[in-house]
Design a protein around this ligand. Structure first.
Ligand SMILES: CC(C)(COP(=O)(O)OP(=O)(O)OC[C@H]1O[C@@H](n2cnc3c(N)ncnc32)[C@H](O[C@H]2O[C@H](COP(=O)(O)OP(=O)(O)OP(=O)(O)O)[C@@H](O)[C@H]2O)[C@@H]1O)[C@@H](O)C(=O)NCCC(=O)NCCS
Ligand SMILES: Nc1ncnc2[nH]cnc12
Length: 273
């Protein structure tokens, strides 16, 4: 039952994120943002296609009894490669959840490991699982956006986030979510913008084709938060305006959406939502 709960929390985190709206440039039930090849139904199909992978991640985490957690990651990665294939099959090759397969898979596996090993620090477990990942993965190939951005800008992207134990989730987004109040949609939108105010989103860098977009996005998100967020008229207006700008410029926030998914998952695990 406990194991099933972790899998359910992962699936719920994916679905809660996609129904939250209005998200600038991202897919939600009212708007496909800057993703004409996607819609909310595709995200539901994509989420269900990786449910089995989360069950596998739970099994890997709860059964692992070695001393080197990088070996647990090696097992997870193998399952993750198959999950990526299942996701692309379900979406007709559209990249809905590639980042989430990687990041949420890590959190699910770490949560299951913690429950079975009297440990309560998923973030530290992830750090141990992914120790040396940037050095191992990046610097040679330049096929994916992450590999190209490392060679061009020296940015480690999602791998660097993982190796640092997702500090933006641990130290910023989760404590922020914990102190929000009001309806859940507003709480999650404000948490997303808190993430946007600090993240280097490789999806946004790729879409903009430059690094200058990052301080601009940080500034916009700060402005939104200073206005009081979605529960104020001014905050709501700014968010709608940002959605218009993001669509006009074809900007997206895929990495930020992924960190919101992780924050929601940890919110369930810690009883914050
Ligand atoms: C480690 C992998 C995820 C490899 O991916 P890649 O080398 O591509 O690495 P990155 O580009 O660095 O990141 C991948 C995705 O991670 C999300 N992300 C970005 N920035 C951050 C961040 N700062 N923190 C956390 N997460 C971040 C983001 O995912 C979302 O965006 C996706 C859409 O992006 P993309 O396709 O690039 O962009 P579009 O322009 O929208 O699409 P096109 O139409 O141009 O195609 C979406 O999936 C969101 O989830 C980044 O994209 C991992 O896949 C890996 O290890 N691969 C090797 C094989 C493997 O082992 N797989 C199993 C893993 S368990
Ligand atoms: N709602 C969303 N829209 C676009 N890309 C995403 N990646 C994860 N969630 C997303």
């Amino acid at each position: 039952m406990e194991d099933e709960k972790i899998t359910q929390n992962a699936l719920k985190a994916l679905l809660y994120e996609v129904v939250t709206n209005p998200k600038p440039g991202l897919v939600d039930p009212a708007d496909v943002g800057s993703h004409p090849d996607m819609d909310v139904y595709l995200f539901i199909d994509s989420s269900l296609s990786i449910e089995n992978y989360f069950s596998q991640a739970v099994k890997i985490g709860s059964r692992f009894d070695g001393g080197d957690l990088r070996e647990m990651f090696a097992q997870l990665r193998q399952a993750g490669i198959d999950a990526e294939k299942a996701m692309f099959k379900a979406t007709n090759n559209v990249n809905t959840h590639k980042g989430a397969v990687f990041s949420l898979g890590l959190f699910v596996c770490a949560a299951a490991y913690c429950r079975g090993h009297e440990n309560d620090d998923e973030f530290a477990v992830i750090q141990q699982m992914t120790a040396g990942l940037v050095k191992h993965d990046l610097g040679q190939k330049h096929e994916t956006a992450g590999e190209q951005q490392f060679l061009k800008y020296g940015k480690g992207g999602v791998r660097a986030e993982a190796e640092a134990g997702y500090p933006l989730v641990r130290d910023v987004a989760l404590p922020f979510l914990a102190q929000t109040s009001g309806d859940l949609n507003s709480r999650l939108l404000d948490t997303l913008m808190k993430i946007v105010s600090q993240i280097e989103d490789s999806n946004l860098i790729k879409r903009a084709g430059n690094l200058e977009v990052i301080p601009w996005a940080h500034e916009q998100a700060e402005k939104y938060l200073c206005l009081g967020g979605y529960q104020t008229e001014a905050g709501k207006e700014l968010l709608l305006e940002l959605n218009r700008i993001f669509k006009e410029k074809n900007y997206s926030l895929g990495g930020s959406a992924d960190l919101l998914i992780l924050t929601i998952f940890m919110g369930f695990e810690r009883g914050i939502i």
